[in-house]
Design a protein around this ligand. Structure first.
Ligand SMILES: [Fe+2]
Length: 294
């Protein structure tokens, strides 16, 4: 079972108006006061933001920009070789900059023109139901901070690189956008928390960590793999299983390291048939049926 909250550092608001991001003791930025201050300042912008206002624009530092540049360049080659063509075509259409970090309003405007998705700013964790229900309206809650410079390869926390290079490029595909919206709409219909969890778990193994065949070659289409250049090297060596809704909904997994078991779709159409159909039909009877089948 997957608990989204584990991914995020909690954010609290103090009476004096300041915002604090609580990094765990094992976070690479835990002992870095400048990084912590920066995280607090960026989170405060999202906390202060109100719907209808222009999205916060972050004045990214040279160091933050350098991380984006490094990851963008490292990923460009790995994407060419190991990303699924559906993602590559979407990435090409969105045309994100590699030399500077795009502002969320720019990402949002470009995506809206392609698939109707827009971005809003999130300080950190967005409650599971709210996060997914917004996807049902084609609205994506995105953080704006950058991972700690000591670990550019991988972050279990979703930073702007994950949200934009991973999900933004993915959501520029009309087919992936439709699957994402369907997951969100399924959560919006669900009354039971168990149903929401099943949808979130299946989303995790598909839109976050999904792989897909392109002819004989296994390629990545999940935003979590595509935004992690360490994982781009590793995913084809993992245990690959065929798409299986019950297994995806019941397998235990650890979010803090590379995923050892991945589920492969035969094609985008196969993913739509199995997972898209599931999201479209999912109701509150589903958790019992899945447990009975497990
Ligand atoms: Fe994600």
């Amino acid at each position: 079972m997957f608990e989204e909250a584990q991914l995020y550092s909690p954010v609290s608001h103090h009476d004096d108006g300041t915002v604090e991001v609580h990094l765990g003791a094992n976070h690479p930025g835990f002992n870095d006061p400048d990084y912590r201050a920066r995280r607090n300042a960026i989170a405060a912008r999202a906390v202060a933001w109100q719907p209808g206002e222009p999205l916060p624009r972050i004045d990214y530092t040279e160091g933050e920009t350098a991380i984006w540049r490094q990851v963008s360049h490292e990923l460009a080659d790995k994407h060419r070789r190991r990303a699924h063509p559906e993602y590559l075509a979407a990435k090409e259409r969105l045309g994100l900059p590699t030399e500077q970090i795009p502002q969320l309003d720019e990402v949002s405007a470009a995506l809206t023109g392609l698939t109707g998705f827009s971005y809003v700013a999130a300080p950190g964790l967005v409650e599971l139901r709210e996060f997914y229900s917004s996807l049902g309206d084609r609205v994506f809650h995105s953080t704006q901070y950058v991972r700690h410079p000591s670990e550019p390869l991988y972050t279990p926390e979703p930073d702007v690189i994950h949200e934009v290079l991973g999900h933004g490029n993915q959501l520029a595909s009309p087919r992936f956008a439709a699957l994402t919206q369907a997951a969100g709409a399924a959560v919006a219909r669900a009354e039971r928390d168990e149903t929401v969890q099943v949808i979130a778990d299946i989303f995790w193994f598909t839109m976050e960590f999904g792989v897909m065949f392109d002819g004989p070659d296994l390629k990545a289409y999940g935003a979590g793999i595509l935004s992690s250049y360490g994982e781009m090297d590793e995913f084809s060596h993992m245990e690959i299983r065929p798409l299986d809704l019950v297994q995806m909904a019941t397998l235990n997994y650890d979010i803090t390291s590379y995923q050892p078991i991945l589920f492969a779709a035969e094609s985008v159409g196969h993913l739509e048939d199995v997972v898209g159909t599931f999201f479209a039909a999912c109701d509150d009877e589903v958790p019992e049926r899945m447990l009975a089948a497990a």
